[in-house]
Design a protein around this ligand. Structure first.
Ligand code: SF4
Length: 376
């Protein structure tokens, strides 16, 4: 779930809105280097052409083959007959006064997801979606209100990253990626890991895995699979409650898992990756913001090296949850800090507009039939 300070709307419909009705070619961003290499050699082109194409995509910010000026015209034509560089369109863009930009991306099949570019000092961070909808059903989240439609492909995840990169001036580059948009990233490991392979590749976006965070409600088998990759991504586990009774109410998938197995998997991830764990806690007024919840949380986290990221709730239209009172937030924070837990309170912003993850899509987009295809 993402909170961001979206204010005025700067543009809306994108000229390539007709993407959904175009004949489908292969999405180039779904094509691995090996497959592209074979495609090139089958047509008699040398392997270095693949390297040139990658450079145009990830450094040259090309959105069409005709922009790839050092490729032979014949090759550009053949590529354009077989592939699309991008297959989605931008159904809506919102921009805040602080430069944060949020895109509602319309996929080739009409599904919609959201992604965000945040500017903070030298940082250029992006928050990217992994699924259309979400099956986890967190009761306070707009993204999960209608369940999950499908997993995004590696190319659809990469396209969000590139569309956000293209919003930066040429002298700026993306510095951080957070997989915390719509969907549960660990329910779509193939798509997410495929996209992140390109994101961290020096010939891709060149972003260190230490600057990439994967956020999850906590699916233990998938956390173990992530650990087995040996790639030191940051892991952020969304806890939202200090006990099973409350967590199962707020994060329904917890009924099948339980807090202890989630914490045990997170501990294993910490042991194997060496990366300090982050726990996320959306603070809901009158629900999980009491002093007793704070004390219980301290007991649950005792002995662990963690960063506790507390996010005062952004109200979502149609949901009965509210922002916590200022004194509750202060007391909650004090109890965690006095207990020696590293705490970061994220500023709540933009609560008068479609600021929380999933709201933009819900309020502006068409939401189709959803299934529970990717439950853990
Ligand atoms: S896992 Fe994230 S996107 Fe999914 S319902 Fe929960 S908060 Fe929303």
């Amino acid at each position: 779930m993402t909170s961001l300070p979206v204010l005025p709307e700067t543009n809306s419909a994108h000229p390539d809105d007709e993407a959904a009705s175009r004949p489908r070619k292969q999405h180039l961003l779904n094509v691995t280097d090996d497959v592209l290499g074979t495609w090139l050699s089958d047509r008699g082109y040398p392997a270095f052409r693949g390297k040139q194409i990658r450079r145009w995509l990830y450094s040259g910010r090309a959105t069409a083959f005709e922009m790839m000026s050092d490729l032979p015209a014949k090759l550009r034509g053949e590529l354009a007959e077989s592939f699309d560089v991008f297959q989605a369109s931008e159904a809506h863009v919102s921009t805040s006064r602080d430069g944060t930009e949020k895109i509602l991306v319309r996929l080739a099949d009409g599904g919609e997801v959201e992604c965000v570019l945040l500017r903070d000092g030298d940082r250029r961070s992006i928050c990217v979606s992994s699924q259309v909808g979400c099956a986890m059903g967190c009761v306070f989240c707009a993204s999960g209100l209608d369940g999950v439609d499908r997993n995004l492909t590696r190319g659809e995840i990469l396209e969000q990253m590139l569309r956000l990169q293209h919003r930066l001036p040429a002298e700026e580059r993306l510095s951080h990626i957070v997989m915390m948009g719509m969907g549960e990233p660990l329910a779509n490991l193939p798509g997410v890991l495929g996209a992140l392979d390109v994101a961290r590749n020096p010939e891709g976006l060149g972003i260190s895995p230490r600057r990439i965070t994967i956020s999850t409600v906590g699916l233990p088998p998938a956390i173990d699979k992530l650990a087995a990759t040996g790639i030191p991504y940051n892991l952020a586990v969304s806890l939202h409650a200090p006990n099973d009774e409350l967590r199962s109410r707020l994060v329904p998938v917890n009924k099948k898992i339980g807090i202890e197995p989630v914490l045990a998997a997170a501990d294993r991830y910490f042991t194997s990756s060496g990366r300090r764990l982050t726990f996320e806690y959306v603070l809901l007024g009158g629900v999980n913001d009491s002093e007793s919840c704070a004390h219980e949380l301290v007991r649950v986290l005792r002995g662990r090296s963690v960063m506790m990221n507390v996010i005062p709730y952004n109200p979502v239209e149609g949901l009965p949850y509210r922002t916590p009172r200022k004194d509750s937030i202060a007391r909650f924070r004090q109890i965690l800090e006095v207990s020696g837990i590293n705490v970061m309170f994220r500023q709540k912003k933009g609560d008068e507009i479609d600021a929380a993850c999933g709201q933009l899509r819900r309020n502006r987009g068409s939401i189709g039939k959803k299934t529970d295809a990717s439950t853990p």
